[in-house]
Design a protein around this ligand. Structure first.
Ligand SMILES: N[C@@H](CCC(=O)N[C@@H](CS)C(=O)NCC(=O)O)C(=O)O
Length: 212
């Protein structure tokens, strides 16, 4: 029995956790979901994530004897895995590198995604200026593209691929793939560097097997 159990459906936000589990070489298995069948709304899954959304991750613990330990919210799962399975993908706690790490780990979910939804599904009445906790999508993209273009790359925080690259990188892959954003040359190089990662290649093959 594997330590981690990822509740996953292909081509959803749970892909980024699949990618991170592969990056970390984690001991995991997949609990497959069928969005069209609503498996993520069944009582057994709602006991794991009352929000009825994917991803969710169960952790059976290092000795396999933990019961009922589950994490939801992609950014929280990424932070949890990064700290639980120490690797080059996560700077040590108590170091200055944790500051940009924490910032960009949260930024994708807390600013970019809400801003993307605001853009894709415009509201009749926008929130009052200063009330929304995120800027508009163009501003989030500019911030991220400036960060990517800063000297010392190719990754978000420098030479080393870190957990925030999974959150921010997957969002950039989506918006560029959907034609919603034309990437800068630096961002194109960043996306190419991500594409070259063996863990991402493996995760894509698991998410959408060639025979599917
Ligand atoms: N904030 C959540 C969002 C999760 C989410 O919205 N997942 C979608 C799939 S991409 C979902 O499960 N939707 C099904 C539903 O809401 O019924 C996270 O980042 O994990």
């Amino acid at each position: 029995m594997a330590r981690f159990r990822l509740h996953h459906a292909p081509k959803t936000r749970s892909f980024r956790i699949l990618w991170l589990l592969e990056e970390l070489g984690a001991d995991y298995e997949i609990a497959p979901h069928e969005m069209m069948e609503g498996t993520h709304k069944r009582p057994e899954f709602l006991a794991i994530n009352p929000g009825g959304k994917l991803p969710a991750l169960e952790d059976r613990g290092p000795a396999g004897d933990w019961n009922g330990v589950a994490i939801s919210e992609s950014a929280a799962i990424c932070a949890y895995l990064g700290d639980t399975l120490p690797s080059d993908l996560t700077p040590a706690i108590g170091t200055p590198e944790r500051a940009p790490y924490a910032t960009y780990l949260a930024y994708g979910a807390a600013a970019m995604e809400p801003a993307l939804m605001d853009m894709a599904f415009a509201r009749a009445e926008p929130p009052r200026p200063g009330m929304a906790g995120w800027p508009d999508f163009a501003a989030t993209i500019t911030r991220i593209e400036n960060q990517i273009a800063a000297p010392g790359g190719p990754f978000l925080l420098g030479k080393t691929f870190t957990v925030p690259d999974v959150m921010i990188g997957s969002l950039l892959q989506w918006v560029v793939g959907w034609g919603m954003h034309k990437p800068s040359p630096a961002t194109s190089a960043y996306l190419a560097a991500l594409d070259a990662r063996p863990a991402l290649v493996r995760a894509r093959a698991i998410d959408a097997p060639a025979s599917a």
